[in-house]
Design a protein around this ligand. Structure first.
Ligand code: IMP
Length: 423
């Protein structure tokens, strides 16, 4: 097996991928983002300073790492410019080692407006998107009318195509509501950040192939398996493949380059936005998880819905992605509870199931079947070896391994880079 690794979220996003990737990134030559866009929010805490990355790969903060934004990512040029500026001198340091795929599609202001208007029209059926224009941009890609970063090479032609795309978006908005686009204002807002981005645009497929096996690659997933456009809780999902398939189609590397698949699992469950979540707690327990775990969206600041660990979700995500190792995050947040229920199956229409049903109505009606494990009172933040953990915490980890059939190789016991147990 090669030295490459893939990091994927196995729940509804926000599993703590940013920290795991940041810890790993320094050991790799390249960090590659393959799907999603500025809807992602990867939080990294270095020496007590919190940085949230949205579009930039988490290797950004490691000076020797080349960062690649692959063809499967949708890129908002304004958001990229702001994110680089927010990093200050680290942003200047990053520019020369940041490669942006010429095949990646551009998220434009019209996509963000359509995202908001389309959500408003859905009423009670809102997805609760991040309103970053992700769905409308991927729609244009699939509809074969999108604009790709590679077009930036010829600014006159780019502007011409941008005008055509904006005119089409304007017609779409006129059909669905009252809002119209100010095309000249959008051009004035969009062209400068596009120009700034142009020097970083590269044929990343060829670039990655030329790196060859001598270079090690860390693939950075965004969102989580349950938000996958095919395998997630459709229609309450994002608009990309968030799993192993998206890694391949979003980078141009093949299955032979994938290496070890690390699945990130939070020790409990959270979700932002609408859609079913069988183990959701709408009581004081849910509130306590939200407060102790700081469960507020890194991108939108929205409070996250919280609930007990759902091993039906985790088992399904391990199977569809071929997960080799689980990294369990935020185990410390569960300290101080006498008991910890863990969902091991659902009852759907009187029948026990241990997988995620395809029909959203079935998942909406699913009753979680819990097994209750003993809790622990100790603070875990100083534990650095598995045997430092209280017995009940070790049992919790072992229970996950037994039920899901995948080894837990990492355990997060606090937000800092060093607050990790490696087994
Ligand atoms: P969109 O990706 O903005 O279209 O949002 C679709 C759904 O995915 C919404 O429920 C969002 O809250 C959710 N979502 C998108 N990105 C993330 C993420 O990085 N973490 C958690 N949820 C996300």
């Amino acid at each position: 097996m090669n030295r490459n690794k893939v990091v994927l979220g196995l729940q509804w996003g926000d599993e703590g991928k940013g920290k795991v990737i940041d810890v790993l990134a320094g050991h790799f030559d390249l960090v590659v983002r393959c799907q999603g866009g500025a809807n992602a929010g990867h939080t990294v805490v270095v020496e007590g300073r919190k940085t949230v990355l949205h579009l930039l790969p988490s290797g950004a903060l490691h000076p020797a790492v080349t960062c690649v934004i692959g063809n499967g990512v949708v890129i908002d040029p304004l958001a990229l410019q702001n994110e680089l500026a927010d990093l200050g001198p680290a942003g200047d340091d990053l520019r020369p080692r940041l490669r942006i795929s010429d095949r990646a599609h551009l998220v434009l202001p019209c996509h963000k407006i359509i995202d908001r208007v389309a959500e408003e029209l859905k009423g009670d059926n809102k997805v609760g998107t991040t309103q970053r224009g992700i769905g409308p941009c991927y729609s244009d890609k699939i509809n074969r009318i999108g604009l790709r970063c590679g077009e930036l090479i010829d600014e006159a032609l780019f502007e011409k195509r941008l005008r055509i795309l904006l005119a089409a978006a304007d017609r779409q908005l006129a059909q669905i509501g009252d809002e119209r686009l100010d095309i000249e204002a959008i051009l004035a807002e969009t062209l400068p950040p596009c120009r700034a981005m142009a020097p970083m645009v590269t044929d990343t497929v060829d670039f990655l192939h030329r790196q060859g096996r001598a270079k090690s690659v860390l693939f950075e997933g965004a969102q989580g398996s349950m938000l996958d456009i095919d395998f997630g809780t459709y229609p309450f999902v994002t608009s990309s493949n968030t799993g192993i398939g998206g890694v391949i189609t979003g980078s141009g590397l093949s299955h032979q380059d994938v290496g070890e698949v690390i699945g990130i699992v939070k020790a409990y469950t959270t979700r932002v936005g609408a859609g079913p979540m069988p183990t959701e707690l709408t009581n004081a327990d849910g509130e306590a998880l939200r407060t102790t775990g700081g469960e507020f969206g890194a991108t939108t600041g929205r409070p996250r819905r919280c609930g007990w660990l759902d091993l039906v979700v985790v088992g399904y995500a391990c199977r569809i992605n071929g997960v080799d190792t689980i990294a369990l995050t935020k185990l410390d947040v569960l300290s101080g509870r006498s008991e910890l229920p863990v969902c091991v199956a659902y009852t759907v229409a009187g029948r026990r199931i241990e997988t995620i049903p395809g029909r959203i109505e079935d998942l909406e009606g699913a009753e979680p079947v819990y097994e209750t494990l003993p809790g622990w009172s100790e603070d875990l933040s100083s534990c650095r070896h598995f045997n430092d953990l209280p017995e009940a915490a070790r049992r919790y980890v072992a229970f996950i391994e037994e039920r899901v059939g995948v080894r837990v190789g990492w355990i997060g016991v606090g937000p800092g880079r060093d607050e990790v147990i490696c087994r």
